[in-house]
Design a protein around this ligand. Sequence first.
Ligand code: AOF
Ligand code: ZN
Length: 378
Amino acid sequence: MTEFSKIDHQMMARAIQLAKCGEYTTSPNPNVGCVISDRQGVILGEGWHKKAGAPHAEVHALQQAGEFSKGATAYVTLEPCSHYGKTPPCADALIEAGVTRVVAAMVDPNPVVSGKGLIKLQEAGIKTEHGLLQASAEQLNRGFIKRMRTGLPWVTVKLAASLDGKTALKNGISQWITGPQARQDVQRHRARSCAILSGSGTVIADNPMLNVRYSELNLNDDVLAQKDLRQPLRVLLDGRNQLPASLNCLRSFENNLAGNVLLVNGQPSEHLFEQHVSQWQAPFIGNKLDLNKVMTKLGEMQLNNIWVEAGGKLAGALLQNKLIDELILYQAPKLIGGAGQNLFDSIPIEVMDEVIELTWTDIRQVGSDIKMTALINN
Ligand code: AOF
Ligand code: ZN
C-alpha cells in the first residue's frame, strides 16, 4: 500500500471538492477535479470537468499552472484518460507539461481507459500512484461507475411516507405528505440525476412537472451562472397507454424549465404529443413492462443516475427485480391510517430468509421530516 502524506490528502481533498462543481452538468461524463501543486503543497493550478465535449479537469489545471507544471505533482480524482474521445488524452497533456508525479484517487472504470492512462504516464517516466481518498472519489461518480461496469444506471428510489408508512391516500393522492424543506431536498436530488422516472399511476394522481426548479435550490452564483444546468430527462412508464396528453409533464415548456420526456409504453400512443416527447415500445413480461430491459435501455442512453419518484407498485416491482441501489425515505410526522397505500406493494415475502436487507448510510432531520438513506443489499 502506498503511504500518502498529509499534503497529498489535502490536495486530493481539494480536487474532490472541485470535481463536485460539475455535479449538475458533466453527465454522461464523470465528475473530475484536478490540482497541480509543488512538494510543499502550494497550489499552482486547479480545474474541474464542466461538460461532455469540453476540456477535462487536467487541461484546465495545466493551463492555469503554465510553466510551473514542470516537476510538479498532479492530483486527479479519476485516472487521466489515455484515449482520443471528444477531447485528446490527458495523459499526453501531463507528459508534455513536464509533470513528474501523478496521484489518482481511482482507476477509470471506463474500459477504453481503465489502467491505460496510468501505464502511459509510467512509460514516460512519471511516478504514478492511485487509491488516495478512493471511497470519496467513488461516491462522486456512483452512476458512471455502475454503468461502466454493468451497463445499468445507478437507481435511487425516493419515497415519502407518513409515520405509519403510508405513501398516499387510498385514492393515490400523495402530494404534500412531506414539508417544504424535504421537497426542496428532492429538487436537489433531481438536479443531480440524469433522469427522473415515474409511473402512470403517480403521474395521473399527482400531475407533477418532474422538473428542476433551480431557483428553489439556494445554489451559489458560480453554479447558477453555468449555462448548461441540466433538466433531467423525464421517463414515464405507461405500459397500458393511460397517460392523457394534457398532463403537466407532457405539455411543453422552455428547454431550461423542464426536460424532454421518454414515454415507455407497449404500443405507440394515439395522442399527438409535443416535440419534447418521444416514445419507446418496451418488451413485456406477461402484462407488465420488462423493467430490466427498461433499465438496460436507459444505460444504453448513457444515463448514469436515475431518480425514481413513484408509488408503491412501481417501487415494489423495481425492488423485486433487484434494480434499486439506494432508497431515500422522507418520513413525515403524520398519520394516514390503514386505508392508505403502502411503501412497497407486491413483494410476497413469506419466509425470513427472503427478507430484503438494507444498510443505513445516513439519517437526518430535514425541516419537520426525517430523511433516511439506505443502500439495498441486492
Ligand atoms: C479525465 N478527466 O476530466 C474526465 C475524464 O469524450 P471525452 O473525451 O470527454 O472522454 C470521456 C471519458 O474520459 C469518460 O468516459 C472518462 O472515461 C474520461 N473522463 N477523464 O481524465 C476528466 N472527464
Ligand atoms: Zn482526460
